[in-house]
Design a binder for this molecule. Structure first.
Ligand SMILES: NC(=O)c1ccc[n+]([C@@H]2O[C@H](COP(=O)([O-])OP(=O)(O)OC[C@H]3O[C@@H](n4cnc5c(N)ncnc54)[C@H](OP(=O)(O)O)[C@@H]3O)[C@@H](O)[C@H]2O)c1
Length: 336
């Protein structure tokens, strides 16, 4: 194999690890990545990668990116953002990418034969009747009250609408929360980690000053960025036919207390009913800041079964959830 791989969003938390892993794959000859910021691939030590600045909202830029690619990996997305901005990029931009992959409207090379798309555990939605653990056979319903969950489910629906019957090989990965030393968004999102460093140092030194972190008893999965990157490389290079979607999570589950404590907070157990009630109240309010919509994610367990990725992709995560959390905590600790 001597694959030419196009990647949207190579500069993101998963993107950097993915390109690094693609660079190391003997099956990959050339990589072309596209995102909006200026970026120098040589500074990463990458030798097979060409980078171009472009926006997935620009259909011509997407068509140019996909031209001559054997495989297209779609990572570009707005995770933390306003409902409106994220909807534009995530829905319209993602449609552009899927349409280019199938050559709709003559926008892409007929050479593209495979698409790898990173969906998310959030696509399932936070429903009380979700089975535990959840398998890929459960329909993705999303949760309308959380913009990210709703958009991830909508993107999977668009993916089916655009690619079914096209002959394109489609691999959908559904990772849980991604973390590690080079994927710090989970820690960065904690309000206390946005305080100036001297204030953080004082609060860490005095346990009573640590911010409280409510734990309603919802278990959490984590996956290391390098393990996600390896799953993507397997999807890019496997000679096995796609089996639809693949859940991706590290071994083990964590309590929210463990996560809060590792990231510098003081865990406080709260009744599970409190999380459900907060979620219900938020869902009824006419206007909720998009950042608060993430609270819905804490109301229900969406622990995934990862058997399919292990059996059919041959994926084996190298890091447990606990190890991933510990690596993240060391990376973001004041002075770390
Ligand atoms: N991180 C997680 O915990 C997690 C979990 C499950 C699934 N996922 C999914 O995995 C994918 C990658 O996530 P990530 O964590 O790497 O996200 P990220 O760190 O936020 O990176 C997003 C990437 O998308 C690019 N991008 C955003 N808008 C763009 C646009 N309009 N045109 C072109 N590029 C654009 C960004 O670069 P520029 O800003 O320079 O354009 C960046 O390279 C996403 O689909 C995400 O939903 C992530």
């Amino acid at each position: 194999m001597s694959l030419r791989v196009a990647v949207t969003g190579p500069t993101g938390e998963i993107g950097i690890s993915t390109i690094t892993a693609l660079e190391a794959s003997p099956d990959v000859a050339e990589i072309v990545g596209m995102a909006r910021r200026p970026f120098d691939p040589a500074a990463q030590g990458w030798t097979k990668t060409v980078y171009r600045q472009g926006d997935i909202l620009d259909r011509d830029a997407v068509a140019d990116l996909v031209a001559d690619a054997d495989v297209l990996v779609h990572l570009a997305f707005i995770i933390m953002g306003s409902r409106e901005e994220s909807a534009r990029v995530n829905l319209e931009g993602t449609r552009n990418v899927f349409e280019a992959a199938v050559g709709r409207g003559g926008t892409a090379s007929p050479r593209t034969r495979r698409l790898v798309y990173t969906s998310s555990v959030a696509a399932y939605g936070y429903h009380s009747d979700n089975p535990v653990p959840i398998t890929e056979d459960v329909p993705v319903r999303g949760s309308a009250e959380h913009y990210y969950s709703e958009q991830k489910a909508a993107c999977e629906a668009a993916l089916h609408e655009i690619t079914d019957g096209s002959g394109l090989e489609v691999y959908v990965l559904r990772p849980c929360i991604v973390a590690g030393p080079h994927a710090t968004a989970l820690a960065d999102a904690m309000p206390w980690n946005q305080l100036p460093m001297p204030v953080r140092r004082v609060s860490q030194a005095l346990p009573l000053l640590k911010p409280p972190f409510p734990d309603p008893g919802t278990p959490l999965q984590l996956v290391h960025h390098d393990d996600v990157a390896n799953a993507i490389v397997l999807a890019v290079t496997t000679t096995d036919a796609p089996a639809g979607a693949y859940n991706i999570a590290g071994d083990g589950v964590l309590s929210m207390s463990a996560v809060g404590e590792a990231l510098g907070a003081r865990p406080v157990r709260v009744p599970h009913a409190a999380a459900t009630a907060t979620s219900e109240v938020l869902a009824r309010l006419p206007f909720v800041p998009s950042s608060l919509e993430w609270l819905h994610a804490g109301r229900t367990s969406v622990v995934m079964d990862t058997g399919r990725a292990r059996k059919l992709l041959g994926w084996r995560p190298k890091h447990t959830a606990e190890e991933t959390l510990s690596a993240l905590a060391s990376a973001v600790r004041p002075g770390g």
